[in-house]
Design a protein around this ligand. Structure first.
Ligand SMILES: [Fe+2]
Length: 265
């Protein structure tokens, strides 16, 4: 995708979002998603650049980042919720929105199909079984970029005292509760952590550490390190235990570039 096409898409995205403004203002939940989309598109570009992709692929990654959550705008307007389980799958709705609103008009077929594919599957629990090399490359990138921003939002919302403005993070769990043994066991065994087993904010952090293990690109891991995400998490962690801190040490080792245990610092 050339730079001119990316510019056109960026303008189209902002015009689409502007339709959700009332008296010039977005609902705060829409504003959050607008800011998230802009940060994810910047991170998608940063990861793609970090991996040495060619300019056409970097631009495509940025476009996917911009549109990955486009469905969040109609979803919240219609249902007043970001819960896919209670409303609609926002990856599937994203594809529908991009098609119905003709937001990708004029984009060549291959990049258009890649954007649609990445938007559809960015939020699915597992990657689809059959993927072309090109699909997998972009799908893994948007999943990394999305998670990078979730790390930031999770830390920032607690650090700034605004966690309750983020229902998708607070999710009615016990903020000061201890880590759940089942969650710790699954992390230690390298198994996927089920959302339904999370009871405390400490569990939420363990889940995010497990996502750090699953980052696909070295450039994504490097950004986690450079942004000091683990230290930021430790700074707002509501409870501490040796076992919980060990999860942080193990994650630091996987991220690389850290030569002393975090819990000992
Ligand atoms: Fe999403």
């Amino acid at each position: 995708m050339n730079t001119q096409t990316l510019k056109i898409l960026s303008k189209r995205f902002r015009e689409y979002v502007a339709r959700f403004r009332t008296d010039g203002e977005l609902h705060p939940m829409h504003q959050l998603k607008l800011e998230h989309s802009i940060r994810v598109s910047a991170d998608a570009r940063a990861i793609a650049e970090g991996m040495g992709w060619v300019p056409e692929e970097i631009n495509l990654a940025e476009a996917v980042g911009l549109f990955h959550d486009v469905a969040r705008f109609p979803q919240f307007q219609k249902y007043g919720s970001f819960s896919d389980a209670d409303t609609v799958d926002h990856g599937d709705l994203g594809v529908e929105t991009l098609r119905n609103e003709q937001l990708l008009e004029g984009v060549a077929e291959e990049p258009r199909e890649l954007i649609l594919h990445s938007v559809q599957y960015h939020n699915k629990k597992d990657l689809p079984c059959t993927l072309t090399v090109h699909e997998e490359k972009h799908l893994r990138l948007i999943r990394d970029a999305d998670r990078l921003d979730i790390f930031f939002v999770c830390w920032h919302s607690i650090h700034s005292g605004h966690i309750h403005d983020h229902p998708e993070i607070a999710m009615g769990i016990d903020f000061n509760g201890p880590p759940t043994p089942e969650v710790l066991e699954r992390f230690e065994r390298g198994e996927a952590i089920d959302y339904r087993s999370m009871k405390s904010m400490a569990d939420r952090f363990v889940l995010q550490l497990s996502w750090m293990y699953d980052l696909s690109y070295d450039a994504s891991k490097r950004l986690v390190r450079e942004r000091g995400i683990l230290d930021k998490f430790l700074g707002v962690l509501p409870v501490r235990s040796d076992r919980l801190l060990h999860c942080f040490d193990a994650t630091a080792a996987v991220l690389g570039g850290v030569d002393k245990p975090i819990s000992g610092s």
